[in-house]
Ligand binder design. Structure first.
Ligand SMILES: [Cu+2]
Length: 155
């Protein structure tokens, strides 16, 4: 399902926030997640079929949310993985804590792209759409970096 462009997603999120504040009926009206995404990148994969992706989701709201699924034209299947004791495990969902961050970074949580529609090359951009329990979908432009890209040093 690909319903929204980048602008539509932002407008939808804004409309929901306004509706929540407009009711003024209860404290829960202001208890909502407020998500944004940064530091997204994909290391150029060595494989023709599989790739990993990393990003950070920041929640400035006072309610948690959960990342439930990820879609993209770049791959037939994308799953969210956790790394537990050095072993990858598929996660049903990952929590974005209230006033906190969900970090997907090399060696930890990551997106797993399977059945790539084409092999991503450095310099290209992969578009992914993140889906959440509460928030509307977020569209993210994910630049393809070198296979050994280190976000801390920037190369
Ligand atoms: Cu994995």
């Amino acid at each position: 399902m690909r319903r929204t462009g980048p602008v539509a997603g932002a407008v939808l999120a804004g409309a929901l926030a306004l509706a929540g504040c407009g009711t003024g009926s209860s404290a829960s009206a202001h208890s909502a997640p407020s998500l944004s995404v940064g530091s997204a990148y994909m290391p150029q994969p060595v494989s023709d079929t599989m790739a990993a992706g990393f990003l950070t989701i920041t929640n400035k709201g006072d309610a948690e949310d959960q990342l439930t699924s990820v879609t993209s034209d770049a791959a037939a299947e994308i799953t969210v993985h956790r790394t537990v004791d050095g072993t990858m495990r598929e996660a049903d969902r990952l929590t974005v804590p209230a006033h906190g961050r969900l970090v997907l970074a090399s060696g930890g949580n990551h997106l797993m792209f399977d059945k790539l529609t084409h092999k991503p090359e450095q310099g290209q951009t992969i578009t992914v759409e993140l889906h959440f329990t509460h928030s509307g979908p977020l569209r993210v432009e994910m630049p393809v970096k070198s296979a050994t890209y280190n976000p801390t040093t920037g190369h």
